[in-house]
Ligand binder design. Structure first.
Ligand code: SF4
Length: 343
């Protein structure tokens, strides 16, 4: 079966300038050659720190911003090359839920109006809209009678439920969720994650679920991709990624996830990358993770051929060769590391 979403070598570069300004402004390669696919009804978790390019990628997938290169195909249709009218026809089937349930809803509109707005834009008959809005409120666990209330009358979790109701109003095949629970309390997060899973099992919607930590996407994702400085550095079925991560960046993100059991929590090894995430305006040579990579230091100590860099010696391959995302197991587990099996 063909993929619902197929993303190939997608790129977005900001800045750089033109004409006499060329070269004066730094180019930022926010998304730098990303490829992945998503099946119907599947959830792909996409995880990375602030600055990894994941939110830019979300907007590129829906063509809310224009890509610099690469392609997005949705249900066999070319999204990147679509005309304005073709894109308008695709919009109802590809929706987005934003991070901030406080800022993403118009305070002057009632919940019913907010949910009905996409239906009005796409020609749903007025008499059907109010009924559908009430039906959607009940689907997301709110009372239909709340349709007349304004956003400030709802809690953060309830507002995110309204955002989800609005996103699914036109029966989309894909919803891109950009950090949908990161502004919410932990107990409310669990309710929203359960709601998303329930909606998916009823409707067969596919989710691209963006988060900055691996704990959030674990229970909702069939596969997980990890982004670092504009690239996917590891992608795998969920259990393979959490059980045997291959990229040292994923290993460090996982080591930051606390255990519920206090004994295991005390014994939890913490593997931290060195320093802060770099800048997409000045990418390191070779592997873009090498200035922060604990594994590169271990491999160098074990006798790999090294070169001097930034006051230390690191494996030549890490400093000079950009590792491609390659298969590291027979289960669709890919990682971009020259030493995927080193501890
Ligand atoms: Fe680390 Fe080298 Fe692997 Fe990059 S290629 S992640 S620097 S070990």
């Amino acid at each position: 079966m063909s993929a619902l979403l197929d993303v190939q070598d997608l790129r977005k570069t900001f800045g750089g300038g033109r004409g006499i300004f060329a070269g004066r402004r730094q180019q930022v390669r926010a998304v730098d050659g990303v490829s992945f696919s998503l099946a119907r009804g599947e959830t792909l978790g996409l995880v990375g720190e602030t600055g990894s390019g994941k939110s830019t990628l979300a907007r590129l997938v829906l063509r809310l911003i224009e890509p610099s290169a690469g392609s997005v195909r949705f249900d066999g249709q070319d999204v990147t090359g679509a005309s304005a009218s073709a894109l308008r026809a695709l919009r109802p089937r590809m929706q987005m839920v934003f991070q901030d349930p406080f800022g993403s809803l118009d305070p002057r509109m009632t919940a019913g109006q907010i949910i009905a707005e996409p239906m009005a834009t796409h020609g749903v008959a007025r008499r059907d809209m109010a009924d559908r809005a009430r039906e959607l409120l009940s689907l997301v666990g709110l009372r239909p009678a709340m349709a007349g209330r304004y956003p400030h009358e709802f809690s953060g979790g309830q507002r995110q439920r309204i955002g989800i109701a609005r996103a699914i109003a036109l029966d989309p095949a894909l919803v891109v969720l950009d950090e949908p629970v990161s502004a919410l309390d932990v107990s409310v997060q669990a309710q929203i994650l359960n709601l998303l899973a329930e909606i998916q099992s009823r409707t067969g919607i596919a989710y691209l679920f963006i988060a900055h930590d691996l704990a959030v996407v674990r229970h909702v994702s069939a596969r997980v991709a990890v982004m670092y400085l504009g690239r996917i550095v590891e992608i795998a079925p969920r259990d393979a990624l959490y059980g045997a991560p291959r990229h040292p960046y994923t290993v460090s993100l996982l080591s930051a996830v606390p255990h519920a059991d206090p004994v295991r929590e005390r014994m939890r090894p913490r593997i931290r990358p060195i320093g802060e995430i770099g800048s997409a305006a000045s990418l390191p040579t070779g592997c873009r993770f090498h200035p922060r990579c604990p594994r590169a230091r271990v491999v160098a100590d074990r006798g790999a051929e090294t070169v001097a860099t930034a006051g230390t010696h690191l494996p030549r391959a890490c400093v000079q060769d950009d590792p491609a995302l390659t298969m590291t197991g027979g289960d669709g587990h890919l990682a971009a590391c020259h030493f995927p099996n080193e501890g």
